[in-house]
Design a protein around this ligand. Structure first.
Ligand code: PHE
Length: 327
């Protein structure tokens, strides 16, 4: 009997310790089996009862029953506790979803894409050229030889004597004509660079959209008609356009197209008929081929369309500005 009492005490103590270190429901079930299972430690003690004489048996039985109930209750409590803890880790489906920030097009890109769409609709392909360009493409092949004063029209950022950041998208004209036989009809949008200080109307990097059409018997009327259509698509059907004589070494005759959509005239496009010297530079016979070319200032168009009077807004990446034009 004394022996049994001691065993009960030892079991009670070892159970309490084991219970304290239980971390999950599986461990708890293992513990239950170890003490209350068919071959569990408490179960085995009950089997010893037979060996006691009958008057001791009653007391011992009561002792064991108390232990069993204690253990059972402690196991139940722990189970509840563990279940609650697990519930707390569950996903709360009533929480609002996590917000994804998808971003959007930069206002300049959006306007540029609109312009591209218009020309693509008129049958123009889209070509690209490098932003770091050879003197040959940026100047020489465009009828601007070294030391020619016409170079002053483009304040150039040189990398080496023969290499520069392109000052306009016109070199793409040369690259494509070198590579492909006419008829050709493409636009070439892209970034260009000039050694200009940043102010409200100048940026050292800005965008142009070049256009070139080469075929037999292309006339100045074709150029006028196309650009006029472009302006009306872009600014509305009441838009008026005006062609003023101008000078570019790679077109002859040359002109600037100004646009008036009700707020005065604004110069937007340089253009003209492809100069014979350019055809010669790319190995095309100027007696056989004719063409027109134009270059549109994309930033200017965007400024007008968005009603902005400072070009720097496009390049400062101020989110307060950019968000206003998110679509
Ligand atoms: N490349 C000229 C410029 O940057 C614009 C232009 C393009 C003029 C094509 C005529 C023909 O000013």
């Amino acid at each position: 009997m004394e022996n049994l009492k001691k065993k009960v005490e030892v079991l009670r103590e070892s159970f309490r310790e084991a219970l304290g270190s239980v971390r999950g429901l599986e461990e708890l079930e293992k513990l239950r089996v170890r003490y209350l299972g068919r071959k569990g430690e408490i179960t085995l003690l009950f089997k010893l009862l037979k060996e006691l004489d009958p008057n001791e048996r009653r007391e011992a039985g009561a002792l064991l029953n108390t232990l069993k109930e204690e253990v059972q209750e402690a196991l139940n409590l722990k189970k509840e506790e563990l279940k609650k803890a697990r519930g707390r880790e569950k996903v709360d489906l009533t929480l609002p979803g996590r917000e994804y920030s998808l971003g959007g097009l930069h206002p300049l890109t959006a306007v540029l894409e609109e312009m591209i769409e218009i020309f693509v609709g008129l049958g123009f392909k889209v070509e690209e050229g490098p932003e770091i360009e050879w003197d040959f493409y940026n100047f020489e092949a465009l009828n601007i030889p070294p030391h020619h004063p016409a170079r002053d029209m483009w304040s150039t950022l040189f990398i080496t004597e023969k290499m520069m950041l392109r000052t306009h998208t016109s070199p793409v004209q040369v690259r494509v004509m070198e590579r492909e036989k006419p008829p050709l009809r493409f636009i070439s949008p892209g970034r260009v660079y000039r050694k200009d200080a940043f102010d409200a109307s100048h940026s050292p990097a800005f965008y142009q959209l070049e256009g070139l059409y080469v075929d037999k018997k292309v006339t100045f009327s074709d150029l006028k008609g196309t650009l006029e259509l472009f302006a009306r698509e872009l600014f509305g059907s009441n838009t008026r356009v005006k062609f003023v004589p101008s000078y570019f070494p790679f077109t002859e005759p040359s002109a600037e197209m100004s646009v008036n959509w009700g707020k005065g005239w604004l110069e937007l496009v340089g253009c003209g008929m492809v100069h014979p010297a350019v055809f010669n530079a790319v190995g095309l016979d100027p007696d056989e081929w004719t063409g027109y070319a134009f270059g549109v200032g994309v930033d200017r168009v965007a400024m007008i369309k968005l009603g902005i009077d400072d070009i720097r807004l496009f390049y400062e990446n101020d989110l307060r500005f950019l968000r206003r034009y998110l679509r």
